[in-house]
Design a protein around this ligand. Sequence first.
Ligand code: IPM
Ligand code: MG
Length: 356
Amino acid sequence: MHKSIAIIRGDCIGPEIMEQAIAVLDRVAERFGHGFEYMDAPMGGEAIDKFGDPLPSSTLDTCLTADSVLLSAVGGPKWDDVPKDRRPERGLLRLRSGMGLYSNIRPAKIFDELRDASPLRPEIAERGIDFVVVRELIGGAYFGEHKTERKNGEDYASDIMAYSEHEIRRIAHVAFQTARKRRKKLCSVDKANVLDSSKLWRRVVTEVGREYPDVTLSHMYVDNCAMQIVKDPSQFDVIVTENLFGDILSDEASMITGSIGMIPSSGLGDGTRGLYEPIHGSAPDIAGQNTANPTGLILAAAMMLRYSFDMAAEADAVENAVSAVLRDGFRTADTMSAGKTRLGCREMGKAICDRI
Ligand code: IPM
Ligand code: MG
């Protein structure tokens, strides 16, 4: 198969981890007889420097014509003082919305080999952590009106958190279908005791649930969910929630696996074209030192193979290679522990390639 992939190299550690993800994709192409064509799509800080815009229209066009998009991470202190509409993060939000990517899947799974790295007490981590957060990605407070004005002699700022039925319904379907392929348990997370947008969320998710009688649906308030994720994460299979809650809970969920550097995510809309990225940031403090962990991005590439290209065997090969590297005792700095062998970013990429 021939596939075109838009590549957003990103900022800080972005380019170095992307180099390793591309090496892995090249290895997959060679091993399985595919052709991957990479199209450069500058976004974030790199695009601000080159074009004065974090998402130039040429980049959006490239992303909309490619078969899929792979993104490392954008942003860094260099662009902290640019006006808010020009910040690297704005590029990412405009890209998600421009591509219509309303569903964001973020797995929280503990690798057996990295169990010691979890900050949870061993008796909690041992019960297992294997759930996914399905986060609504292009609605809610992120995309409502943002306003700062003068009112009664002081500054006043507001952000509107709004949802319409169809926005909730389509993400609810994704969540139920995701649960159906797993342990058939869906927990919808909201703040329906306070927010109107959450009351609507709960009503629509419940309605959609009638179409999925084989999936057990429960509802939980977001504050309680934040607590349950650290108290007993083994109770969760699939969590579905709105954009801002999903942003927060998915960071929490990744942290308890002890390896934020190893967690991929996918953004999908109605078609098969997706945006795949690790959930970690651009890590300016370790940029250019060959110490970053490329695994999150490599696993994001595996997700792309599976979900956008329907290449399950190829995705398995990448994921198995990652597990094999861990089993063989290799770690990057972020997951290093006593008795293991520490590798740099390039060496970790190569170790994974060698096992595909
Ligand atoms: C994430 C990030 C982004 C978000 C930022 C960089 C805008 O935190 O992907 O979770 O809030 O969605
Ligand atoms: Mg986040």
